[in-house]
Design a protein around this ligand. Structure first.
Ligand SMILES: [Zn+2]
Length: 189
């Protein structure tokens, strides 16, 4: 299971802080009734492209000694299964879909001059497909603004809530992915 930690810090500090196993150790298992703190269980690595970072980060894993299941502590600045950080994705989508910039200009606005055209298209399509569900889910939290379509409505709601805060809410409470889960990875329940 993946849980989010609200690090709200730059990637570089995340990397330093995550080295300490105690620092964010969950004090109980999110997957069973056990009330004991979880045990450190190594890391897995993933790539991350943020506004001023492009490299590999480690993600802490913890183990529950009662149910033997692992829990990973994802930094909330990143989306599961996506290379780009939420800030990069937000800048790109707002520039392209709200401000109407070209794909190339939107990539530049997100600090990703060299982003392949297909990758941008792909991210946009995923967001467009996800926009109605996002608008609906976020309406529990912020009044939907008047907007010509679901895409601009969802973007405006994300802008007013803050993308990372919205991601925390969607992921932790609803197990929902900002850009939609790839079909093979959708969590059950
Ligand atoms: Zn457990």
């Amino acid at each position: 299971m993946q849980i989010l930690h609200p690090f709200s810090i730059p990637v570089q500090r995340y990397i330093e802080e995550i080295a300490d196993v105690e620092r964010y150790r969950p004090n109980h298992c999110p997957q069973c009734e056990a009330r004991d703190p979880l045990t450190g269980h190594g890391f897995y690595s993933r790539t991350l492209v943020d506004l001023d970072f492009d490299g590999v980060i480690r993600v802490r894993r913890y183990l529950c000694n009662s149910c033997s299941r692992t829990t990973s502590l994802l930094p909330d600045l990143a989306l599961p299964w996506l290379r780009f950080s939420i800030s990069v994705i937000a800048r790109f989508l707002v520039a392209r879909l709200l401000s109407g910039l070209t794909l190339q200009a939107a990539a530049r606005a997100a600090g990703q001059e060299t982003m392949p055209y297909q990758r941008g298209q792909f991210g946009m399509r995923r967001f467009q497909k996800q926009a109605p569900a996002l608008s609906l889910a976020l309406a529990a939290w912020v009044a939907p603004p008047v907007a010509p379509d679901f895409v601009s409505r969802a973007l405006r709601m994300l802008e007013s809530l803050g993308w990372i805060a919205a991601h925390r809410f969607l992921f932790s409470r609803l197990r929902m992915h900002l850009l939609g889960w790839p079909a093979s990875l959708a969590p059950h329940g």
